[in-house]
Design a protein around this ligand. Sequence first.
Ligand code: SF4
Length: 246
Amino acid sequence: MSAIALYARLTPGFAERLAQTLAMLESAASTHAGAIVQATSLGAEDMVLTDLIARHALPVLIATLETGQLHRETTDLITTITRHYGLAVEVYRPQAEAVLQFVATQGEAPMFRSLALRKACCNLRKMEPLARMLSGHQAWITGLRREQSQARGGVPFQEIDDAGRVKLNPLADWTWADVWHYIDRHKVPYNPLHDQFMPSIGCAPCTRPIAVGEDFRAGRWWWEDSSKECGLHVKTETDSMIGASA
Ligand code: SF4
C-alpha cells in the first residue's frame, strides 16, 4: 500500500497551516533575498517545501547533501526535482580524500562498531558538507516537524543556529497526514522508499523500514539507544534538540 493511501488525510486546520507555511517562506525569501537556502534531505517534508518554493517562484536556493551512502531512490530525486520543477539542486559531497582515509582506517561500515565511529562518519559525510552548504547564507530552511520524534517535540518555527544564522522550520506544526495530503493534492514527486515503510530516510546502511507501532524515526540508527540524530539539528551548547527532516 502506498504512503499516500496509508497516511494522506485532510484534517482540521490544514488550510491554516499551509497558509502560515507559505507566508513564512515568502517573508523569509524576501528578508534574506539571495542568501537563503533550503537544505533538503529529499524526504517527504522537504519535497513539500521544494514544491511550495517552486510553485510560488520563491528566490530560495535548493541544496542537498550527497553522503555517498544514499539509496539510489534518494539520489534519483535530485534529477527528478530538476526535471519536474526546472530547478537546479546544488549537491554537497564529503571531501573525497577524507572519506578514503576514514574507510581505509575504519573499514566500510564502522558506524555499527561504536557511537563515536558513527558520529565520526556523520561528521565527515554530513556535518562538514553542511557547513560548506550554509557558508555565505543568512538563513536556511528545514523540514523538521515536532511530531517526528520526542526529541523534536519542541521545534520552533524559527530559531538561531550555532553559527548565528536564521533556521526556519515552516512545517513545525504539520502532521504526517498533512504532509501526505499535500503530496497527494499537488502530485509532488517523492521517494518510493516511503512506500516501503520508511517514513524517515537517511543513508542506506543506517536506515531500515519500521514496524507497525514503532516511532517515526525508529528505522534510523536502529541498533543505537540514542536520540536518532546525526548532529545536523543539534545545538552544541546544550547537546539537545532544537530544531529535515534529515
Ligand atoms: S547516517 Fe550512517 S552512513 Fe550516513 S553519515 Fe551517518 S553514520 Fe555515515
